[in-house]
Design a binder for this molecule. Structure first.
Ligand SMILES: NC(=O)c1ccc[n+]([C@@H]2O[C@H](COP(=O)([O-])OP(=O)(O)OC[C@H]3O[C@@H](n4cnc5c(N)ncnc54)[C@H](O)[C@@H]3O)[C@@H](O)[C@H]2O)c1
Length: 337
C-alpha cells in the first residue's frame, strides 16, 4: 500500500483527493493547503483525511510515501524540493517548474534520493490522445504535415502565471508525445488585453524535425471554449475534441499529396484523397485516474513514468523559449536540448 499526501487542494487538487480516495491501494492520509476554507471543504467530504496548513507537518509524517503537488506553478520548485528532501516520491502538476535550472535541480535531487518524480501531463493518459498516437505509430496518416491546437475559454484567470504558461504546456506535451520528438525552434506572439503586462492570448508556432509545423492558440478571453488538437497528414486528418463526449476523435480519410518529380514543373501529379469520416470507439476512462494509476505502478514496479522529470523539463524548456520569443515580438528562438 502506498500512502499519499496532497499539497494544494484548490480547483484541480481536490480532484486528486477524489481520485486517490477511489483507489484502494493508495489512501490519502493528509492534505495540506494554506487556505483554511479549502481544508474545511476537503475534510467535510473526506473525513478520514487529516488536514493541515503546514507542509512541514505533512512531510514529517513517516507514513506518507508519496506526495501530489497541485499548488500554483510558481510554487512547484520550492514545494517539490521540500518533498524530495524528505524522501517522498512526487507527482507534481504541470509545469514541473517555471525555470529550467530549477527543473534540472529537482531531477538531480530525485535521482540522488532514488525517488520517482512525475509531472502531471494529463493528456498523455487521455484515451483520445492515445488513439491518435496509435494511428501515428501505424503510419495511418501518411506523412505528417502539421499539428494545430486550440485551447480557449473565458475566465479562470491566474495570478501566478500568464495564459501561455497556464494553457500551452498541455499542447506542447501532446505534440512532443505524438511526434516522439522535441521542437527545434519556436516563434510566439502574445496579447495583453485585461492587464497591461500579463499576456492573456498567445499564438505559438513550433518547428519540428522533418519540417513538421506545430501551431497553438491559447486564450483566457475567448467566449468560445475549445479544447481541440488536429493532426494533418498526407492521407488523413485526425481531430481530437476533448469537449465532445460522443465523438472525442474523428478520423477524416482525406488528404493531399504529390507524386512524381516535384522539382520539375508539370512533371508531378497532385493526389487528392477523399474517403470516409470515422468516429472510432474510445475507451471512457478518466485521464487523471489513468495518470494516478500509472504513478502508483511506477512506484510499485520501479518503472520510469512516461511523463517523468526529464519529460516535464522538456516542456519547461520550450516554454522558456516561447517566453523569450514573445518578449521579442515573435522572433524565432532555437530550443537548446
Ligand atoms: N492537468 C490539468 O488539466 C490541470 C488543470 C488545472 C490546473 N492544473 C494545475 O494544477 C495546479 C493547481 O491549479 P489550481 O487550478 O488548482 O489552482 P488553485 O489556485 O485553484 O489552487 C491552488 C491551491 O494551492 C494552495 N497553495 C498555494 N501555495 C501553497 C503552498 N505553498 N502550500 C500549500 N498549499 C498552497 C492554494 O491555497 C490553493 O488552494 C497548477 O499547477 C495548474 O497548472 C492542471
Amino acid at each position: 500500500m502506498i500512502r499519499v499526501g496532497i499539497v494544494g487542494c484548490g480547483y484541480w487538487g481536490i480532484n486528486y483527493v477524489r481520485v486517490f480516495s477511489e483507489l484502494a491501494q493508495a489512501p490519502v492520509v493528509r492534505v495540506c493547503d494554506l487556505n483554511e476554507e479549502r481544508l474545511r471543504l476537503v475534510h467535510h467530504k473526506y473525513s478520514s483525511v487529516f488536514p493541515t496548513r503546514s507542509l512541514e507537518e505533512l512531510l514529517s509524517d513517516p507514513n506518507i510515501d508519496a506526495v501530489v503537488v497541485s499548488t500554483p506553478a510558481v510554487t512547484h520548485y520550492e514545494v517539490v524540493k521540500a518533498c524530495l528532501l524528505k524522501n517522498k516520491h512526487v507527482l507534481v502538476e504541470k509545469p514541473l517548474s517555471t525555470q529550467i535550472e530549477e527543473g534540472n535541480e529537482l531531477i538531480q535531487l530525485a535521482e540522488e534520493r532514488q525517488r520517482v518524480l512525475m509531472v502531471g501531463h494529463t493528456f498523455l493518459y487521455n484515451p483520445g490522445i492515445l488513439k491518435i498516437k496509435d494511428c501515428l505509430s501505424r503510419n495511418e496518416l501518411g506523412t505528417v504535415y502539421y499539428l494545430h491546437a486550440t485551447r480557449t475559454h473565458l475566465g479562470l484567470i491566474r495570478n501566478d502565471v500568464n495564459a501561455i504558461w497556464d494553457l500551452a504546456p498541455h499542447d506542447i506535451s501532446i505534440f512532443s508525445f505524438l511526434l516522439n520528438t522535441q521542437p527545434l525552434w519556436v516563434s510566439a506572439v502574445s496579447g495583453c488585453f485585461l492587464k497591461s503586462s500579463v499576456p492573456d492570448v498567445g499564438f505559438i508556432t513550433l518547428g519540428y524535425p522533418q519540417n513538421i509545423i506545430g501551431n497553438i492558440h491559447v486564450s483566457w478571453i475567448n467566449s468560445n471554449k475549445v479544447r481541440e488538437v488536429v493532426v494533418v497528414g498526407s492521407k488523413k486528418r485526425i481531430v481530437f475534441d476533448d469537449l465532445n463526449n460522443l465523438e472525442r476523435v474523428r478520423i477524416y480519410e482525406k488528404g493531399a499529396s504529390i507524386t512524381g518529380d516535384v522539382d520539375t514543373f508539370g512533371e508531378f501529379q497532385l493526389q487528392l484523397r477523399d474517403g470516409d469520416i470515422i468516429s472510432p470507439r474510445i475507451e471512457t476512462s478518466e485521464p487523471l485516474k489513468n495518470q494516478c494509476i500509472h504513478f502508483l505502478n511506477c512506484l510499485a514496479k520501479g518503472h520510469t513514468p512516461l511523463s517523468d522529470g526529464k519529460n516535464g523539463l522538456n516542456v519547461t524548456r520550450v516554454m522558456s523559449a516561447i517566453t523569450r520569443s514573445m518578449e521579442n515580438r515573435g522572433s524565432p528562438v532555437d530550443i537548446s536540448q
